[in-house]
Design a protein around this ligand. Structure first.
Ligand SMILES: [Zn+2]
Length: 328
């Protein structure tokens, strides 16, 4: 073989290897262990603001559309912090206290938030009642969402009606607006089940070549009847049937964090019930707007549907609360 031919053959082999490697990473990925989603160690924070009283640290340099960023506020003088309230993207975000580490909060970026820099206003209250207002900036970057065609069987075609989708969002919105203020989760989060990542969060979908919609969660390819467990401790905020999500369970983890599990064949919990991390809430099915058995897993943070994998895998502090015991 001539050197030139050898080079071309090697290049072709390399291209084949690289492309099959990419396909493997996207289609056949299996979580290493359901029992540990948050495998990341504490990242080095980036200081967004500091003076002699307050330090504000970001655990990111930018937040892509649809993702969540963690922020920490600490005091540098002898007075403890009593409360931290933040206005981000025109919404108020409540921060939660962690023993000896000040306050933490989450910036959940809407998947349609325009990529640019945004001002963030911190209202910090000290134990003696003194208040400070500090402004920082937050960079939102492009989310890189793909497009996907989805085909829904004829008998469920009425479910692609945008009015049905809007009504379902409105119904869930009223539940999300009345969440439990204090964290019930302890962290780190776990995956709801083991399975192949099938359809990604945030993608632009077209149903039956006509109706567009955004994907609010991740679809995991799992066999019919597989048990689904909660990603963290919390309280059941909704358990019942919805048009699009089918048999659906929504868990309120407190502190503005919710997780939802859709298209189930069976539901094992009832509204108001306390659940522990890993408790089985139902089984995989194909109810609602679904074209086959799978689990749709979604996470809502401060009212925004965010990337559930990114959220569960990012480093978060452990909240200092007692674990909720399994009662059913
Ligand atoms: Zn889905």
């Amino acid at each position: 073989m001539k050197p030139k031919h050898l080079l071309i053959t090697t290049l072709l082999l390399l291209v084949l290897l690289v492309t099959s490697g990419v396909a493997f990473a996207q289609d056949d990925w299996l979580p290493p262990d359901v029992a540990g989603a948050a495998t990341q160690s504490r990242p080095r924070p980036i200081t967004a603001f500091s003076d002699e009283e307050i330090i504000i640290d970001y655990y990111f340099d930018r937040v892509p559309q649809g993702q969540t960023g963690l922020v920490q506020v600490q005091t540098l003088d002898e007075r403890a912090l009593a409360q931290v309230q933040v206005v981000a993207f025109g919404r108020t975000v409540s921060f939660f206290a962690v023993d000896g580490e000040g306050f933490y909060g989450l910036f959940a970026v809407n998947m349609e938030q325009a990529p640019r820099d945004y001002p963030i206003t911190f209202e910090v209250t000290f134990e003696d009642g003194e208040q400070r207002t500090v402004e920082t900036m937050l960079k939102v970057s492009l989310g890189q969402f793909i497009r996907q065609d989805v085909f829904i069987p004829e008998d469920r075609l009425y479910l692609v009606d945008p009015v049905i989708e809007r009504n379902e969002f409105a119904r869930l919105g009223s539940i999300l607006a009345n969440g439990i203020p204090d964290p019930l989760w302890r962290g780190p989060w776990i995956y709801p089940t083991q399975g192949r990542r099938a359809s990604p969060y945030g993608i632009f979908r077209t149903f039956n070549e006509s109706v567009p919609a955004r994907h609010t969660g991740w679809d995991m390819s799992v066999p019919l009847g597989t048990p689904i467990q909660t990603m963290g401790a919390g309280q059941v905020a909704f358990a019942g049937q919805l048009d699009i999500r089918g048999n659906y369970v929504l868990i309120d983890h407190g502190g503005g964090i919710f997780s939802g599990y859709a298209h189930m064949s069976q539901i094992h919990v009832t509204r108001g019930q306390r659940v522990s991390q890993g408790q089985i809430v139902g089984t995989v099915g194909s109810t609602g707007r679904s074209s086959g058995p799978h689990m749709h897993w979604e996470v809502i943070v401060n009212g925004q549907w965010v990337d559930s994998y990114q959220f569960a895998e990012m480093w978060m502090p452990t909240t200092d609360i007692e674990l909720v015991h399994n009662d059913g």
